[in-house]
Design a protein around this ligand. Structure first.
Ligand code: SAH
Length: 211
């Protein structure tokens, strides 16, 4: 069930659904998503669906990972990328294969520890982790060329916007019951441009952190 054929089928499905960036498709073809999921569910790793990873959280749907990554790369390959919500680390790994350096923030320590182990196993060395409430970003490491968010706040946190470099892009789900995936581009010191990509369903962005 974790064979290359099964993976190829998922990639074909993503391409059929409109993912056109070959860099994204090739990285997702190569990365073993089953390593990011507990063994009991790993036979479903190459279905285009979100799956539980414990602590009431989910590994994101492959289509959404592809769509968000594609949206970030559209503006050129970002060097410094901030990710909020490491979760399983799958999106983190996809980014690590495509960009300069990934700074990933997660509020649940055990999830972060597992994700860190997976990066080591896959020899992805351009990822830095922080355990904290990511709604404040990672100001010491900013500004970032790209910011990607895997949990939905009610509104774009101003702290994240402040850490986006001029010319940088952020993809972020926003809302409560009804969420929209937004692409925010920072045009200048004072202004940014926003566009809605599609309706989505992410876990909420929560305050505080858990040991
Ligand atoms: N892309 C990840 C998605 C994981 S689900 C994956 O595919 O595995 C979203 C993650 O965001 C969860 O792990 C959750 O704990 C985390 N999260 C929610 N609110 C957060 C916050 N304020 N700061 C950091 N992480 C947060």
């Amino acid at each position: 069930m974790t064979s290359q054929r099964t993976r190829d089928r998922l990639i074909q499905r993503l391409a059929d659904a409109g993912i056109a960036d070959q860099r994204v498709l090739e990285v997702m073809r190569m990365l073993p998503r089953h390593l990011f999921i507990d063994e009991a569910l790993s036979h479903r790793a190459y279905e285009d669906t979100a799956l539980p990873i414990g602590y009431n959280q989910t590994i994101s749907q492959p289509y959404i990972v592809a769509r968000m990554t594609e949206a970030l790369l559209n503006g050129g390959v970002p060097q410094r990328v901030l990710e909020i919500g490491t979760g399983s680390g799958y999106q983190t790994a996809v980014l690590a294969c495509l960009v300069g350096t990934v700074y990933s923030v997660e509020r649940i320590k055990p999830l972060q520890d597992k994700a860190r182990g997976r990066m080591r196993e896959l020899k992805l060395r351009n990822v830095h982790f922080k355990h904290s409430d990511g709604s404040f970003g990672w100001p010491e490491k900013g500004p970032f060329d790209a910011i990607i968010c895997a949990a939905a706040p009610e509104q774009v946190p101003p702290e994240l916007l402040a850490q986006l470099a001029i010319g940088g892009r952020m993809v972020i789900p926003v809302g409560g019951e009804e969420q929209q995936l937004r692409l925010v581009e920072r045009i200048s010191e004072e202004s940014c441009q926003q566009q809605t990509l599609q309706g989505v369903r992410f876990v909420p962005m929560l305050a505080g952190s858990i040991r």
